[in-house]
Design a binder for this molecule. Sequence first.
Ligand code: ZN
Length: 249
Amino acid sequence: MIDTHCHLTDPQFKDDLQEVLERARSAGVRQIINAGYDVETSRTAVQMAEQTDWLMPAVGIHPHEASQHALDAFREIEQLAADTHVVAVGETGLDYYREFASAEQQRVLFRKHIALARKTALPLLIHTRKSIDEAIDILKQEDIHTGVFHCYSGIYEQACVILDLGFYLGFGGVLTFSTKVQEVFKKVPANRILLETDAPYLAPVPYRGKRNEPAYIIETMRVAAQVLGMKTHHLGKTLDDNATALFFS
Ligand SMILES: [Zn+2]
């Protein structure tokens, strides 16, 4: 299994990261996409990759962190993206739910990530909240077609547009408790879905409300297989192929 979206640099892991990683290994997780969300965590994610062979870094600045300072600091993200370990640009996107940053600053920063993804030929890790349609519009305008809408919770019609554009859909712990997300998940083609934890956030049932960690992807996988009526190991093979196609080829 591959956890395609996780934040191992989050302070919630600072005391027991080694144990978290051991539990992930024991659960059968063989690779983790470790997404930075600002300059510092992106740098740390790259450093972690230099010491291991299975923690694959993504570099970017989360829309929550969008600010003039982030725009100025983006040059450092560009430098980090040149590291050969890096497998994706992000986490980036638009978040109009929290609006920690102005919509305009978020858009400018999102477009900078898109330009970097184009230049490096790396896929984008896209975060959206109350912003799927606008994210789609920007991707169309920018004519970019590789990446994933992580933690997807939009409607089926939007999913179809995203798939047509060439993007994958990432599903996490929410799949284990949201029938609305399950309905969409059931209808999208299996060769275009990815599973993720988004740890330390959004833990699946039965850990809902607690700190999430990569080992818990097993719970999401179990529900995913149930919803699709597939055997877990068949689905696991498909999901590994999908993640490999997007990030490692
Ligand atoms: Zn995330």
